[in-house]
Ligand binder design. Structure first.
Ligand code: KIV
Length: 292
């Protein structure tokens, strides 16, 4: 069955179409033009097969540094390296052809200086073929964002709960409950937008704060644990598929329970092997031909 006759709602036509002629991937200007209009659909992807499954349905594939926790079992994103992001970014590029591709810059790869950020962003773009990079940070990061954007590197911002700053923020709690904290997240979003970011992930903030940011900044906001009023939404694919069970934040909605399905399949396989029912005649290569 093709994705077109599955009965499932179909994504809007590829945004890069001109006069019906397909131009390939959804571009950064296509996404920016969606501000306040069609919601932008984003999921994370870290591997080729996951990218192949998600690509027809989303506008944006994010190779997030959450892969450190989800794929590698780290207890934070801080151990993720540039080489890991590049290997997974390139794998997702090979598995996708429609969605815009954004790759996270990992902890330590952009905070030292604008030059370091530029060098590593170029390396990520050159070696993965992605369209943009994402970096976490507020007012302090604005000069870096501006430096990169002025040199042709599209940057997606990330404010609110910033997992790379977990040691200074002191935990994964929602941001913006206190008035001055809410004002700080707003100031961060404005600074990143004014520095030239084409879009901003707003993570783990009170709904009102996300709504106010979305109304205030001229670029699309992508919410996670934020508000349905953001210009788009992102989830970690493994969270929404029920494949990551270490913890389930309040903002995750599960659309499948694949960890349970994998367990059932593995149990059936194990029973078949132990009962000598696998491989069956259809899974082996027949018998020797008689020699004449
Ligand atoms: O690393 C990641 O996957 C992210 C998204 C959750 C926004 O930053």
């Amino acid at each position: 069955m093709s994705v077109h006759d599955s009965g499932a709602p179909q994504p809007p036509a590829a945004q890069g179409n001109v006069g019906g002629a397909k131009l390939g991937r959804i571009s950064i200007p296509d996404l920016v033009a969606r501000k306040g209009k069609d919601p932008i659909v984003c999921l994370t992807a870290y591997t080729t097969p996951m990218a192949q499954a998600l690509d027809p349905h989303v506008d944006l594939l994010l190779v997030g540094d959450s892969l450190g926790m989800v794929l590698y079992g780290f207890d934070s994103t801080l151990q993720v390296t540039l080489d890991m992001m590049i290997a997974h970014g390139a794998a997702v590029k090979r598995g996708s052809k429609r969605a815009c591709l954004v790759v996270d810059m990992p902890f330590g790869s952009y905070q030292e200086s604008t030059e370091q950020a530029f060098r590593n962003a170029v390396k990520i773009m050159r070696e993965t073929g992605c369209s943009a990079v994402k970096m976490e940070g507020g007012k302090d990061l604005a000069p870096t964002v501006q430096f990169l954007v002025k040199r042709g590197i599209p940057v997606m911002g990330h404010v609110g709960l910033m997992p790379q700053q977990i040691n200074t923020l002191g935990g994964y709690r929602a941001r913006g409950r206190a008035h001055d904290e809410a004002a700080g997240v707003m100031a961060d979003a404005i600074a990143i937008a004014e520095a030239g970011a084409f879009s901003i992930v707003v993570e783990g903030v009170l709904e009102q704060v996300a709504q106010a940011i979305t109304a205030r900044v001229p670029v699309p906001t992508i919410g996670i644990g934020a508000s349905a009023d953001c210009d788009g939404q992102v989830l970690v694919a493994e969270d929404m598929l029920g494949l990551f069970g270490a913890f389930k934040p309040r903002f995750v909605k599960r659309y499948a329970e694949l960890a349970g399905e994998i367990g059932n399949a593995a149990a059936s396989y194990a029973a078949d092997v132990r009962g000598r029912r696998f491989p069956g005649p259809e899974n082996v290569f027949g018998s020797l031909k008689k020699s004449s």
